[in-house]
Write a protein that binds this ligand. Sequence first.
Ligand code: NAD
Length: 257
Amino acid sequence: MNNKVAIITGAGSGIGRASALRLAQAGAKVALFDLHKENIDAVQQEIEEMGGDAIAVEADVSNPDEMERSVRKVIWKWDRLDAVFANAGINGSIAPIEDLDPDEWDTTLATNLRSTFLAVKYAIPPMKQHGGSIVITSSINGNRTFTGFGMSAYSSSKAGQMAFGKMAALELAEYGIRVNIICPGAIETNIGENTFPEKDKLKKVQIPVEFPEGSQPLEHGAGKPEQVADLVHFLLSDQASHITGTELFIDGAESLL
Ligand code: NAD
């Protein structure tokens, strides 16, 4: 990834943070997009302390103006774009369908799916000059519902990301832009803290707050963000030059249970 320029959305925490550090270790210049400035500032500092190059861009990636402005900042700074990791996401409101507020449905779809569309849309003009690679974080929930009831909006957004990613792979192949979709199982991140502020409500919809031991056949408990980051690095690099339009599961075989 030496001197390649990469955008990572949701870079302040979890999978996005680990991937930012991994890409920077591999020599990429990384643009860290996130809602929470203090978190991306801290990631930027870690990267700079390793001798890498990063910028922290505070943005709501579901907002078209903010996404367009943020991509423009990256082009001003480094004058190219080689890689995009469309990863920002929330679990959103967890509720049975009959209780789910339509505005909360929209928030989940906008944060997870609309942001993915926007990241790809605004990356195309700079990327189509020389080709590039895009990775989208969907979930095993995109084609099965493992975590219990109440996640209809989340699962719909994750299924939408899979369909969008495949369509984009076809549409962008002529420019040498690859698009792949990763589907993590349970990974140890802050996503529960960020989106489940009232854990009592979960009992009603039977969402496990902790991942039970043995929930992943390969490893007891959840996977680590760094394990996902290795896959992201591979897919964004030229080592994956013939891989596009593919869904890759990274779940310790959780999806086979
Ligand atoms: P996380 O909460 O640790 O990180 C998500 C980051 O996205 C946070 O820094 C948050 O501030 C940022 N973000 C959220 N909304 C945003 C917005 N509108 N604009 C900009 N930034 C925004 O969670 P994570 O687990 O690392 O999640 C990353 C992705 O992985 C998500 O798409 C999630 O759905 C997916 N995923 C996670 C798991 C898991 O078990 N952790 C499993 C499958 C898929």
